[in-house]
Unconditional design. Sequence first.
Lengths: 110, 111
Amino acid sequence: SQQGEEDPQALSIQEGENATMNCSYKTSINNLQWYRQNSGRGLVHLILIRSNEREKHSGRLRVTLDTSKKSSSLLITASRAADTASYFCATNSGTYKYIFGTGTRLKVLA
Amino acid sequence: DVKVTQSSRYLVKRTGEKVFLECVQDMDHENMFWYRQDPGLGLRLIYFSYDVKMKEKGDIPEGYSVSREKKERFSLILESASTNQTSMYLCASSLLLGTQYFGPGTRLTVL
């Protein structure tokens, strides 16, 4: 199975609500990254969090990392219709490779 | 801003054709990657390159080859296209252990 596994697979919320999605992984990591993908497009980088960090913020995004549980969460606050996209986590274990999960499809209803 | 471009957004080819997908990045990144993305399977790494003329197989290299003659350009080659290679192909570049920057993707259909 994939190193990074997102949960839930799909999420539907109303505009203004918060959206939380989770990522679990299996082996030790150097860093974990979150990406957004709009339908039919390439991935856009959101946040990178290193293994010695516990929390990072970027605008309306908050990422946490719990290396003891091998999990990360992405919180989007005050969601907007434009946040509708698929969200992927990717782990890097200190090599050239990045391992992506299968993504969470977020739909924000206006 | 980093820019990664891919030669085509949409491509339709016939079974048995040789297909070239080109990727160019403008940020002097050492590392470049080719992924394919299929529904329910996420992104799967086909090949990556960590320097000019250097390449490593990813998780699904069968049926593909790559070429990196210049640092900014990484090409994916389908030697003899088959219908099971119909997919979205994504190119990315990065510094070591850094953020990956993706191109817009090429949706390839093999008939």
